[in-house]
Design a protein around this ligand. Structure first.
Ligand code: AP5
Ligand code: MG
Length: 218
């Protein structure tokens, strides 16, 4: 049976890093709302233009367009076959409820919701050093996970960049938005009995081991 899981947590906690490890090890399809928005921005679509204005301020893109965009991706044959690991969606209670409705329609049950947890200070440190590949999306950190050749991706040799929304004032706003809008999503899944809390302060491989342990226990 394919896995259907959600990763929830503050900006910079390591959702993208862990979702990629899960996809690589288990073949589960990573669906990251942030990655989808950034590719829409890159392709200069109408959705990209709309999303850009919110993302550069650290605000949430409105629920309506976000839900529509993610539901479309959940309905693909690839996701039906491989299952999914959602990264960055849902991040409001409205989005979580819409996802519950969509999965019920498809006759799908969630295997679990993994809440990655660290203190806000760790988030700031992780985001301040993040570098991402412009082509394949591989994630690095200037101190915790430096590339072998400075400024270039180990996997595809393309240039690495700092994300537009990783400026200190935008990071602060993203954290505020997380506490206000996404903490209630964690409570929502806890009340449904689906929540598993993960200490994400350790190094990526240790966090991944705990995720596998918790997934095995589902
Ligand atoms: P999104 O792209 O989802 O950003 P985010 O939630 O702020 O999370 P990040 O991608 O910044 O961090 P991450 O948890 O993936 O950490 P990473 O693995 O990169 O969303 C961006 C924006 O899009 C939002 O602000 C919003 O505007 C919009 N948006 C997206 N989804 C939306 C939605 N559903 N509704 C409305 N709007 C939405 O790791 C970070 C760094 O730490 C890296 O350098 C990494 O190498 C390092 N690192 C990772 N793990 C560890 C570890 N264990 N130890 C040490 N270093 C580590
Ligand atoms: Mg991410």
């Amino acid at each position: 049976m394919p896995l259907r899981i959600i990763l929830v947590g503050p900006p910079g906690v390591g959702k993208g890093t862990q979702a990629a490890l899960v996809e690589e090890a288990l073949g589960t399809k990573q669906l990251s709302s942030g990655v989808v928005f950034r590719s829409e921005i890159e392709a200069e679509t109408d959705l990209g233009q709309l999303a850009k204005s919110y993302i550069e301020r650290g605000e949430l893109v409105p629920n309506g367009v976000t839900i529509q965009m993610m539901v479309k991706r959940l309905r693909t044959d690839e996701v039906r076959k491989k299952g999914f690991i959602l990264d960055g969606f849902p991040r409001t209670v409205r989005q979580a409820e819409a996802l519950t409705e969509e999965l019920a329609k498809e006759g799908i049950t969630l295997d679990g919701v993994l809440s990655l947890e660290v203190d806000d200070g760790v988030v700031v440190e992780r985001l301040s050093g993040r570098l991402g590949c412009t082509k394949c999306g591989e994630i690095y950190h200037s101190v915790n996970k430096p590339p072998s050749r400075e400024g270039y991706c180990d996997k595809c040799n393309s240039p690495l960049i700092v994300r537009e929304d990783d400026k200190p004032e935008t990071i602060r706003e993203r954290l505020r938005v997380f506490h206000e809008n996404t903490k209630p999503v964690i409570d929502y899944y806890e009340s449904l009995g689906l929540l598993k809390r993960i200490d994400a302060s350790r190094d990526p491989q240790d966090v991944f081991s705990e995720i596998k342990l918790k997934l095995g226990a589902i």
